[in-house]
Design a protein. Sequence first.
Length: 333
Amino acid sequence: MMATSGEGFEQLTQIEVLPATPEDALPIRQLIKDSWLNTFVNERTGITKDDVEELFKKGFTPAALADMAKALAEPREGVANFVAKDANTRALIGYCRVRKMPVENLLAGLHVAPHIKNRRVGTQLWEKGQGTLDPTKDTVLWVEVNNEDAKAVYRRWGFAETDPPELFEEEPMKSGAHRTMVKMIFKAKHAPTPDLDPSRAKLTTELDKPGASMRGVPDNGQERESRLRAPKEATMPESVRRKILATVQVLADKHPDAGMLQTTLGAPLDGSVEEVVGQACYLLLNEIPKLYRDDGNPKEAGEALSKIVDRLCELGILSSDERAKIDRDSVGH
Ligand SMILES: CC(C)(COP(=O)(O)OP(=O)(O)OC[C@H]1O[C@@H](n2cnc3c(N)ncnc32)[C@H](O)[C@@H]1OP(=O)(O)O)[C@@H](O)C(=O)NCCC(=O)NCCS
Protein backbone atom coordinates (compact mmCIF):
# COMPACT_ATOMS: atom_id res chain seq x y z
CA MET A 1 0.00 0.00 0.00
CA MET A 2 1.11 3.52 -0.61
CA ALA A 3 2.09 5.43 2.46
CA THR A 4 -0.57 7.97 3.27
CA SER A 5 1.25 10.29 5.58
CA GLY A 6 4.49 12.15 5.74
CA GLU A 7 5.72 10.05 8.64
CA GLY A 8 5.54 6.94 6.50
CA PHE A 9 7.94 8.48 4.07
CA GLU A 10 10.53 9.29 6.74
CA GLN A 11 11.38 5.60 6.82
CA LEU A 12 11.86 5.32 3.09
CA THR A 13 15.42 4.72 2.25
CA GLN A 14 15.30 4.51 -1.48
CA ILE A 15 13.32 5.77 -4.38
CA GLU A 16 13.47 4.09 -7.74
CA VAL A 17 12.73 5.90 -10.95
CA LEU A 18 11.85 3.50 -13.74
CA PRO A 19 10.18 3.47 -17.14
CA ALA A 20 6.43 3.03 -16.59
CA THR A 21 4.89 -0.34 -17.40
CA PRO A 22 1.28 -1.27 -18.25
CA GLU A 23 0.73 -2.41 -14.65
CA ASP A 24 1.30 1.17 -13.56
CA ALA A 25 -1.79 2.44 -15.40
CA LEU A 26 -4.22 2.34 -12.47
CA PRO A 27 -1.82 3.68 -9.82
CA ILE A 28 -0.74 6.47 -12.16
CA ARG A 29 -4.30 7.55 -12.77
CA GLN A 30 -5.03 7.39 -9.05
CA LEU A 31 -1.93 9.44 -8.32
CA ILE A 32 -2.93 12.09 -10.84
CA LYS A 33 -6.44 12.27 -9.42
CA ASP A 34 -5.09 12.67 -5.87
CA SER A 35 -2.72 15.32 -7.14
CA TRP A 36 -5.60 17.21 -8.79
CA LEU A 37 -7.65 17.02 -5.60
CA ASN A 38 -4.75 18.41 -3.61
CA THR A 39 -3.53 21.00 -6.05
CA PHE A 40 -6.51 22.41 -7.87
CA VAL A 41 -9.49 22.08 -5.54
CA ASN A 42 -9.46 25.38 -3.72
CA GLU A 43 -11.13 28.77 -3.57
CA ARG A 44 -8.57 30.33 -5.88
CA THR A 45 -9.44 28.11 -8.83
CA GLY A 46 -13.06 27.58 -7.81
CA ILE A 47 -12.64 23.93 -8.85
CA THR A 48 -14.59 21.58 -6.60
CA LYS A 49 -14.06 17.99 -5.53
CA ASP A 50 -17.14 17.17 -7.54
CA ASP A 51 -15.51 18.69 -10.64
CA VAL A 52 -12.53 16.40 -10.22
CA GLU A 53 -14.73 13.35 -9.62
CA GLU A 54 -16.63 14.16 -12.79
CA LEU A 55 -13.46 14.77 -14.74
CA PHE A 56 -11.91 11.45 -13.77
CA LYS A 57 -15.08 9.39 -13.91
CA LYS A 58 -14.35 8.00 -17.34
CA GLY A 59 -10.67 7.51 -16.63
CA PHE A 60 -11.22 4.53 -14.34
CA THR A 61 -13.35 2.37 -16.61
CA PRO A 62 -11.73 -0.89 -17.72
CA ALA A 63 -11.60 0.41 -21.30
CA ALA A 64 -9.86 3.66 -20.33
CA LEU A 65 -7.36 1.83 -18.16
CA ALA A 66 -6.71 -0.69 -20.93
CA ASP A 67 -6.05 2.21 -23.30
CA MET A 68 -3.63 3.73 -20.87
CA ALA A 69 -1.88 0.40 -20.26
CA LYS A 70 -1.47 0.04 -24.01
CA ALA A 71 -0.08 3.56 -24.30
CA LEU A 72 2.42 2.74 -21.57
CA ALA A 73 3.38 -0.55 -23.23
CA GLU A 74 3.78 1.02 -26.66
CA PRO A 75 4.36 4.73 -26.24
CA ARG A 76 4.05 6.93 -29.27
CA GLU A 77 7.21 7.97 -31.01
CA GLY A 78 9.24 10.33 -28.85
CA VAL A 79 7.19 9.71 -25.70
CA ALA A 80 8.72 8.51 -22.44
CA ASN A 81 6.84 7.75 -19.21
CA PHE A 82 8.63 7.34 -15.90
CA VAL A 83 7.37 6.35 -12.48
CA ALA A 84 8.94 6.87 -9.09
CA LYS A 85 8.43 4.05 -6.63
CA ASP A 86 9.24 3.43 -3.03
CA ALA A 87 11.91 0.76 -3.44
CA ASN A 88 10.69 -1.08 -0.35
CA THR A 89 6.93 -1.05 -0.72
CA ARG A 90 6.81 -0.64 -4.53
CA ALA A 91 4.15 2.03 -4.00
CA LEU A 92 3.91 4.56 -6.80
CA ILE A 93 4.93 8.01 -5.60
CA GLY A 94 5.48 9.95 -8.80
CA TYR A 95 4.86 10.05 -12.52
CA CYS A 96 6.46 11.99 -15.36
CA ARG A 97 5.69 12.10 -19.05
CA VAL A 98 7.86 13.79 -21.65
CA ARG A 99 7.77 13.98 -25.40
CA LYS A 100 10.20 14.87 -28.15
CA MET A 101 8.46 16.79 -30.89
CA PRO A 102 9.55 18.37 -34.15
CA VAL A 103 9.68 21.93 -32.89
CA GLU A 104 10.38 21.49 -29.21
CA ASN A 105 10.36 19.06 -26.31
CA LEU A 106 7.36 18.90 -24.01
CA LEU A 107 7.20 18.15 -20.31
CA ALA A 108 3.70 16.76 -20.63
CA GLY A 109 2.94 15.78 -17.07
CA LEU A 110 4.59 15.62 -13.68
CA HIS A 111 2.97 14.62 -10.42
CA VAL A 112 4.37 13.58 -7.10
CA ALA A 113 2.20 12.01 -4.42
CA PRO A 114 0.92 14.87 -2.24
CA HIS A 115 2.43 13.51 0.99
CA ILE A 116 5.91 13.26 -0.51
CA LYS A 117 6.19 16.60 -2.24
CA ASN A 118 9.33 18.65 -1.82
CA ARG A 119 11.56 15.63 -1.21
CA ARG A 120 13.23 15.64 -4.60
CA VAL A 121 11.11 12.91 -6.14
CA GLY A 122 10.06 15.42 -8.82
CA THR A 123 13.69 16.28 -9.46
CA GLN A 124 14.63 12.65 -9.99
CA LEU A 125 11.72 12.13 -12.35
CA TRP A 126 12.54 15.26 -14.32
CA GLU A 127 16.20 14.27 -14.62
CA LYS A 128 15.20 10.90 -16.10
CA GLY A 129 12.64 12.48 -18.41
CA GLN A 130 14.99 15.22 -19.51
CA GLY A 131 17.58 12.58 -20.40
CA THR A 132 15.31 11.30 -23.16
CA LEU A 133 14.72 14.71 -24.73
CA ASP A 134 16.58 16.48 -27.49
CA PRO A 135 19.05 18.80 -25.74
CA THR A 136 19.29 21.06 -28.78
CA LYS A 137 15.62 22.01 -28.50
CA ASP A 138 13.72 24.10 -26.01
CA THR A 139 11.43 22.28 -23.59
CA VAL A 140 8.00 23.70 -22.86
CA LEU A 141 5.38 22.94 -20.23
CA TRP A 142 2.02 24.34 -19.20
CA VAL A 143 1.22 24.98 -15.58
CA GLU A 144 -1.86 26.39 -13.87
CA VAL A 145 -1.24 30.09 -13.70
CA ASN A 146 -1.55 30.37 -9.90
CA ASN A 147 0.21 27.11 -9.08
CA GLU A 148 3.06 29.02 -7.46
CA ASP A 149 4.61 25.96 -5.82
CA ALA A 150 5.02 24.12 -9.11
CA LYS A 151 6.18 27.29 -10.87
CA ALA A 152 8.84 27.75 -8.20
CA VAL A 153 10.06 24.22 -8.79
CA TYR A 154 10.15 24.72 -12.54
CA ARG A 155 12.05 27.98 -12.15
CA ARG A 156 14.57 26.11 -10.07
CA TRP A 157 15.07 23.77 -12.97
CA GLY A 158 15.61 26.67 -15.37
CA PHE A 159 12.13 27.13 -16.85
CA ALA A 160 10.81 30.67 -17.26
CA GLU A 161 7.55 32.21 -18.32
CA THR A 162 7.55 33.89 -21.70
CA ASP A 163 7.38 37.65 -21.96
CA PRO A 164 4.56 38.45 -22.47
CA PRO A 165 3.13 35.35 -20.80
CA GLU A 166 1.40 32.90 -23.09
CA LEU A 167 -1.86 31.78 -21.55
CA PHE A 168 -4.77 29.63 -22.48
CA GLU A 169 -7.96 28.74 -20.76
CA GLU A 170 -9.23 25.23 -20.50
CA GLU A 171 -12.88 24.44 -20.94
CA PRO A 172 -15.08 25.02 -17.92
CA MET A 173 -15.63 22.10 -15.62
CA LYS A 174 -18.98 20.96 -14.24
CA SER A 175 -19.20 23.85 -11.76
CA GLY A 176 -18.18 26.37 -14.42
CA ALA A 177 -14.70 26.82 -12.96
CA HIS A 178 -11.73 26.31 -15.24
CA ARG A 179 -7.96 26.34 -15.17
CA THR A 180 -5.91 28.98 -16.91
CA MET A 181 -2.56 27.62 -17.98
CA VAL A 182 0.66 29.50 -18.58
CA LYS A 183 3.54 28.34 -20.71
CA MET A 184 7.06 27.99 -19.31
CA ILE A 185 10.13 27.33 -21.40
CA PHE A 186 13.46 25.76 -20.66
CA LYS A 187 15.78 27.19 -23.28
CA ALA A 188 18.15 24.78 -24.97
CA LYS A 189 21.76 25.73 -24.38
CA HIS A 190 22.67 25.75 -28.02
CA ALA A 191 19.37 25.83 -29.84
CA PRO A 192 20.36 26.31 -33.48
CA THR A 193 17.23 28.13 -34.62
CA PRO A 194 13.57 27.76 -33.78
CA ASP A 195 13.07 26.24 -37.21
CA LEU A 196 12.25 22.65 -37.80
CA ASP A 197 14.88 20.19 -38.72
CA PRO A 198 13.31 18.78 -41.85
CA SER A 199 15.52 15.75 -41.95
CA ARG A 200 14.30 14.52 -38.59
CA ALA A 201 10.92 16.08 -38.14
CA LYS A 202 7.87 13.85 -38.25
CA LEU A 203 4.37 15.08 -38.24
CA THR A 204 2.42 14.31 -35.16
CA THR A 205 -1.23 13.40 -35.11
CA GLU A 206 -2.22 15.79 -32.39
CA LEU A 207 -1.64 19.47 -32.41
CA ASP A 208 -2.39 22.07 -29.90
CA LYS A 209 -5.20 24.43 -30.49
CA PRO A 210 -5.16 27.33 -28.09
CA GLY A 211 -8.30 27.24 -26.03
CA ALA A 212 -9.04 23.70 -27.07
CA SER A 213 -10.11 21.23 -24.49
CA MET A 214 -7.42 19.70 -22.35
CA ARG A 215 -10.15 17.82 -20.60
CA GLY A 216 -11.25 14.29 -21.14
CA VAL A 217 -9.00 12.20 -19.00
CA PRO A 218 -6.58 14.78 -17.76
CA ASP A 219 -2.89 14.57 -17.39
CA ASN A 220 -2.61 11.04 -18.60
CA GLY A 221 -0.29 12.36 -21.17
CA GLN A 222 -2.61 11.79 -24.09
CA GLU A 223 -4.11 15.23 -24.35
CA ARG A 224 -1.31 17.51 -23.51
CA GLU A 225 1.63 15.72 -24.93
CA SER A 226 1.63 16.96 -28.41
CA ARG A 227 1.65 20.65 -28.77
CA LEU A 228 3.28 20.93 -32.09
CA ARG A 229 3.13 24.68 -32.19
CA ALA A 230 3.98 26.84 -35.07
CA PRO A 231 6.89 28.96 -33.92
CA LYS A 232 5.26 31.73 -31.96
CA GLU A 233 6.01 35.15 -33.35
CA ALA A 234 5.04 38.35 -31.68
CA THR A 235 3.72 39.79 -34.91
CA MET A 236 1.92 36.76 -36.20
CA PRO A 237 -1.81 37.28 -35.82
CA GLU A 238 -3.48 34.65 -33.68
CA SER A 239 -5.92 33.87 -36.52
CA VAL A 240 -2.99 32.97 -38.81
CA ARG A 241 -1.36 30.86 -36.15
CA ARG A 242 -4.65 29.04 -35.64
CA LYS A 243 -5.09 28.51 -39.34
CA ILE A 244 -1.61 27.03 -39.64
CA LEU A 245 -2.22 24.70 -36.75
CA ALA A 246 -5.70 23.74 -37.93
CA THR A 247 -4.38 22.92 -41.40
CA VAL A 248 -1.46 20.89 -40.12
CA GLN A 249 -3.82 19.15 -37.71
CA VAL A 250 -6.00 17.91 -40.55
CA LEU A 251 -3.00 16.89 -42.62
CA ALA A 252 -1.31 15.11 -39.75
CA ASP A 253 -4.49 13.23 -38.86
CA LYS A 254 -4.79 11.96 -42.41
CA HIS A 255 -1.12 11.34 -43.05
CA PRO A 256 0.51 10.69 -39.69
CA ASP A 257 3.62 9.20 -41.23
CA ALA A 258 4.44 12.04 -43.58
CA GLY A 259 7.79 13.59 -42.81
CA MET A 260 8.69 17.26 -43.19
CA LEU A 261 10.07 17.96 -46.62
CA GLN A 262 12.15 21.03 -47.14
CA THR A 263 11.03 23.33 -49.93
CA THR A 264 10.73 27.01 -50.66
CA LEU A 265 7.74 29.29 -50.84
CA GLY A 266 6.59 29.70 -54.40
CA ALA A 267 7.89 26.29 -55.51
CA PRO A 268 5.03 24.12 -56.75
CA LEU A 269 3.69 21.65 -54.23
CA ASP A 270 4.24 18.47 -56.19
CA GLY A 271 4.89 14.75 -55.98
CA SER A 272 3.13 11.99 -54.09
CA VAL A 273 0.44 12.88 -51.58
CA GLU A 274 2.85 12.25 -48.72
CA GLU A 275 5.46 14.47 -50.32
CA VAL A 276 2.99 17.27 -50.88
CA VAL A 277 1.82 16.99 -47.28
CA GLY A 278 5.43 17.08 -46.10
CA GLN A 279 6.19 20.15 -48.20
CA ALA A 280 3.02 21.92 -47.11
CA CYS A 281 3.70 21.29 -43.44
CA TYR A 282 7.24 22.50 -43.82
CA LEU A 283 6.05 25.75 -45.36
CA LEU A 284 3.28 26.20 -42.83
CA LEU A 285 5.37 25.56 -39.76
CA ASN A 286 8.64 26.97 -40.94
CA GLU A 287 8.58 29.38 -43.85
CA ILE A 288 5.40 31.32 -43.18
CA PRO A 289 6.35 32.16 -39.59
CA LYS A 290 9.69 33.33 -41.01
CA LEU A 291 7.91 35.85 -43.21
CA TYR A 292 6.56 37.47 -40.09
CA ARG A 293 9.73 37.11 -38.11
CA ASP A 294 12.43 38.03 -40.58
CA ASP A 295 10.74 39.93 -43.32
CA GLY A 296 7.87 41.51 -41.47
CA ASN A 297 5.74 40.78 -44.48
CA PRO A 298 2.27 39.85 -43.23
CA LYS A 299 0.56 40.42 -46.58
CA GLU A 300 2.83 38.01 -48.41
CA ALA A 301 2.50 35.52 -45.57
CA GLY A 302 -1.29 35.64 -45.70
CA GLU A 303 -1.29 35.13 -49.45
CA ALA A 304 1.18 32.27 -49.24
CA LEU A 305 -0.97 30.58 -46.63
CA SER A 306 -4.07 30.84 -48.81
CA LYS A 307 -2.15 29.51 -51.82
CA ILE A 308 -1.01 26.44 -49.91
CA VAL A 309 -4.55 25.66 -48.77
CA ASP A 310 -5.86 26.27 -52.32
CA ARG A 311 -3.29 23.91 -53.76
CA LEU A 312 -4.08 21.21 -51.20
CA CYS A 313 -7.75 21.48 -52.18
CA GLU A 314 -6.92 21.45 -55.86
CA LEU A 315 -4.98 18.22 -55.41
CA GLY A 316 -7.83 16.70 -53.42
CA ILE A 317 -5.66 16.41 -50.32
CA LEU A 318 -8.07 18.65 -48.46
CA SER A 319 -11.79 18.30 -49.06
CA SER A 320 -14.13 21.28 -49.00
CA ASP A 321 -15.49 20.02 -45.66
CA GLU A 322 -12.00 19.95 -44.24
CA ARG A 323 -11.32 23.42 -45.55
CA ALA A 324 -14.50 24.63 -43.88
CA LYS A 325 -13.41 22.96 -40.64
CA ILE A 326 -10.04 24.67 -40.84
CA ASP A 327 -11.74 28.01 -41.30
CA ARG A 328 -14.01 27.30 -38.34
CA ASP A 329 -11.07 26.26 -36.18
CA SER A 330 -9.17 29.39 -37.14
CA VAL A 331 -11.80 31.67 -35.71
CA GLY A 332 -11.02 32.96 -32.23
CA HIS A 333 -12.45 31.04 -29.30
C1 LIG B 1 5.56 20.19 -8.79
C2 LIG B 1 6.07 18.84 -8.28
C3 LIG B 1 5.98 17.82 -9.39
C4 LIG B 1 7.51 18.98 -7.82
O1 LIG B 1 7.98 17.76 -7.31
P1 LIG B 1 8.69 17.71 -5.87
O2 LIG B 1 9.16 16.33 -5.64
O3 LIG B 1 7.73 18.25 -4.87
O4 LIG B 1 9.89 18.73 -6.09
P2 LIG B 1 11.38 18.61 -5.54
O5 LIG B 1 11.36 18.20 -4.11
O6 LIG B 1 12.15 17.75 -6.46
O7 LIG B 1 11.84 20.12 -5.62
C5 LIG B 1 12.65 20.64 -6.64
C6 LIG B 1 13.33 21.88 -6.14
O8 LIG B 1 12.37 22.92 -5.98
C7 LIG B 1 12.40 23.41 -4.62
N1 LIG B 1 11.02 23.68 -4.23
C8 LIG B 1 10.05 22.80 -4.01
N2 LIG B 1 8.90 23.44 -3.69
C9 LIG B 1 9.19 24.75 -3.69
C10 LIG B 1 8.43 25.93 -3.43
N3 LIG B 1 7.14 25.88 -3.11
N4 LIG B 1 9.05 27.12 -3.52
C11 LIG B 1 10.36 27.20 -3.85
N5 LIG B 1 11.14 26.12 -4.12
C12 LIG B 1 10.54 24.91 -4.04
C13 LIG B 1 12.98 22.28 -3.81
O9 LIG B 1 13.56 22.76 -2.63
C14 LIG B 1 13.97 21.71 -4.77
O10 LIG B 1 15.13 22.52 -4.77
P3 LIG B 1 16.61 21.87 -4.64
O11 LIG B 1 16.89 21.27 -5.99
O12 LIG B 1 17.49 23.00 -4.31
O13 LIG B 1 16.52 20.82 -3.60
C15 LIG B 1 5.21 18.33 -7.10
O14 LIG B 1 5.28 19.24 -6.05
C16 LIG B 1 3.76 18.09 -7.46
O15 LIG B 1 3.41 17.01 -7.88
N6 LIG B 1 2.90 19.07 -7.25
C17 LIG B 1 1.47 18.93 -7.45
C18 LIG B 1 1.10 18.66 -8.87
C19 LIG B 1 1.59 19.72 -9.77
O16 LIG B 1 1.43 20.90 -9.51
N7 LIG B 1 2.19 19.27 -10.87
C20 LIG B 1 2.64 20.17 -11.87
C21 LIG B 1 1.59 20.27 -12.87
S1 LIG B 1 2.16 21.24 -14.23
